[in-house]
Design a protein around this ligand. Structure first.
Ligand SMILES: [Zn+2]
Length: 148
């Protein structure tokens, strides 16, 4: 079972000399950089990923981030914003429209600011775990759910 042990190192952060370490790949994705080399850009528009890394050529197009970044942003933001609203409502005796005027724009702006880094994190995770074509087999042998 030595192969299984090696596989677990990849999944849970890995050793410094491992080929694809999870946490560094996710951190690199958070910064909007290619998880393979850390230099090439991951996005050419706000949420549009590049086809492949301009620096090292790693194919990015077969990532399947889908709804996970949005789900994670909602999960994280929901806790901060609802908690912030409830704390604010306890501490400050202001009308409801003031809460709406503060929390709705703050939530929207924070969500727009977080969605791209979160998508980068998810792509870094998929790359490190060799998911969806990041295993080096390419798109042809990877399962392509978009054609179903
Ligand atoms: Zn690269």
């Amino acid at each position: 079972m030595p192969e299984q042990a090696d596989d677990n190192h990849h999944r849970y952060g890995g050793k410094p000399d491992d080929e694809r370490r999870l946490a560094p790949a996710m951190l690199t994705g958070l910064k909007g950089r290619c998880p393979a080399c850390g230099k090439g850009k991951l996005f050419y528009k706000y949420l549009k990923t590049v086809d492949h890394c301009e620096n090292c050529g790693t194919e990015i197009h077969h990532h399947r981030a889908d709804d996970l970044p949005a789900y994670l942003v909602i999960l994280v933001l929901g806790h901060f914003m609802v908690g912030g609203y409830m704390t604010g409502a306890e501490l400050f005796d202001v009308p409801d429209w003031v809460h709406l005027a503060v929390w709705v724009p703050l939530t929207a702006l924070t969500a727009f600011a977080l969605i791209q880094p979160m998508k980068g994190v998810v792509i870094g995770l998929q790359w490190a775990l060799k998911m969806h074509g990041f295993d080096g087999k390419g798109r042809e042998e990877a399962v392509d759910y978009s054609e179903r």
